[in-house]
Design a protein around this ligand. Structure first.
Ligand SMILES: O=P(O)(O)OC[C@H]1O[C@](O)(COP(=O)(O)O)[C@@H](O)[C@@H]1O
Length: 405
């Protein structure tokens, strides 16, 4: 069943080999987001511009004259111009392959044939602390792995779906950590899902070690060493949100051209929101500090004298995307989310957008992971909301009866 499904969902777009072309474009200025209606113009020529040959030829501009700027245009110009100096050609090539994989996943999760796949759990052979994967988890993992291999830029991939990292290429400059399909338990109900990824430099000082050892140590880097991270939200729109180390930017998949187009440049999370996002059926398992915080903001008695609203999709990428745009705090106070695959990449995006990411006590990005599948409480959001929440002291849920849904 697995191979049948992979074949069935393969999209017709196949990625060109990119190493041949220099993608960096010089002397460009930062574009403004596209204006309404601009997307439909020049569809045919845009199809052509997806080829890197023509991208390389267009040396002097980022995006089209009408403000249509693709992810690759944007990254190829150094992210945010001068500040995006760490966006080398290797990273642009890698991003190209990641976004290609995510387009395949977008069509897969929207397919009429995925529902039977989503339901079945596959027996986890390892007995590790990973959740039992579903076929969709495995297929999306394969899609990402194959794209990373094709990029030629990745030394090792650590995935939430694998017990241990997959060594890919000795001289690959990057290490990629990934949760290929977060929220897959929601797929039958067409609730949004997401892919999360983080990119580190390969630690060359570990090159002499055996593969298993260097694979693991490269993947256990602190979040504050991330070069880039991102998520792709598969929802009413497919949105790729990325930070290349200079701001957080979102691109929306334009189905007419198959391109991710810049729609939210330099996202700034409001310093204060009015929404909290948590599974509050767990209220009676929470510590007192967290209960007090939620009771207080619900009543409009916190530092923000407004009554907060609750929003909880139970799909981390969707809950975070809303929080980045509207502010507030998205949290999972129990030891459930993984620091390597979820916590660090999302914390990086939040901080690059001016927000705060905490485990309730410490900055997420400063924590040294010691285990690949290590879990932790996660509080992401507006600077002032997360700081206020931390001030309640005891906000991490330690009671964990093993919830069934
Ligand atoms: O059951 P909880 O504690 O509400 O957790 C829900 C969270 O778990 C997730 O579904 C991820 O868990 P899985 O990796 O097991 O799918 C997130 O998308 C969501 O935010």
């Amino acid at each position: 069943m697995k191979s049948l499904t992979i074949t069935r969902y393969t999209t017709p777009i196949s990625p060109p080999r990119l190493d041949l072309y220099s993608l960096r474009q010089t002397g460009a200025s930062v574009v403004s987001p596209p204006t309404a209606g601009s997307n439909r113009r020049g569809m045919e020529s845009r199809r052509e511009s997806a080829s890197f040959k023509s991208l390389a030829a267009r040396q002097n501009s980022i995006g089209d004259d009408d403000g249509y700027c693709t992810l690759v245009d944007f990254a190829g110009n150094g992210g945010e111009g001068r500040e995006g100096k760490n966006v080398g050609d290797d990273l642009v090539v890698l991003l190209y392959h990641i976004q290609h994989a995510c387009k395949r996943i977008a069509s897969l999760v929207a397919s009429p044939f995925n529902s039977s796949l989503g339901k079945r759990s596959v027996n986890s052979s390892s007995g590790s602390d990973r959740d039992a994967p579903k076929p969709l988890d495995i297929i999306t993992n394969d899609i990402i792995l194959s794209s990373l291999r094709n990029s030629g830029k990745v030394a090792v991939m650590a995935s939430e779906e694998n017990d241990s990292p997959t060594w890919i290429k000795d001289d690959g400059p990057y290490v990629v950590v990934v949760d290929p399909l977060d929220g897959s338990r929601n797929i039958d109900a067409s609730i949004p899902t997401g892919t999360i990824f983080g990119i580190y430099n390969r630690l060359v000082e570990l090159d002499h070690l055996p593969v298993e050892e260097k694979g693991e140590l490269n993947s256990l880097q602190r979040g504050n060493r991330l070069v880039a991270s991102g998520y792709v939200l598969y929802s009413s729109a497919t949105i790729l949100c990325v930070s290349l180390g200079s701001g957080t930017h979102a691109f929306t998949l334009d189905h007419s051209t198959g391109e991710f187009v810049l729609t939210h440049q330099s996202i700034k999370i409001p310093t204060r929101g009015q929404i909290y996002s948590v599974n509050d059926a767990r209220y009676f398992d929470w510590p007192e500090g967290l209960r007090k915080y939620i009771d207080t903001v619900r009543q409009g008695k916190g530092q923000n004298p407004k009554k907060y609203s609750a929003r909880y999709i139970c799909s981390l990428v969707a809950d975070l995307h809303r929080t980045l745009l509207y502010g507030g705090v998205a949290m999972n106070p129990r030891d459930h989310l993984r620091i390597v695959y979820e916590g660090n990449p999302l914390a990086f995006l939040v901080e690059q957008a001016g927000g705060k990411a905490s485990d309730g006590k410490r900055e997420i990005l400063s924590i040294q992971p010691v285990k690949l599948h290590q879990r932790l409480p996660l509080f992401l959001g507006s600077l002032e909301d997360v700081t206020e929440l931390e001030s309640y002291g005891n906000v991490q849920q330690t009671v964990n009866p093993g919830y069934e849904v």
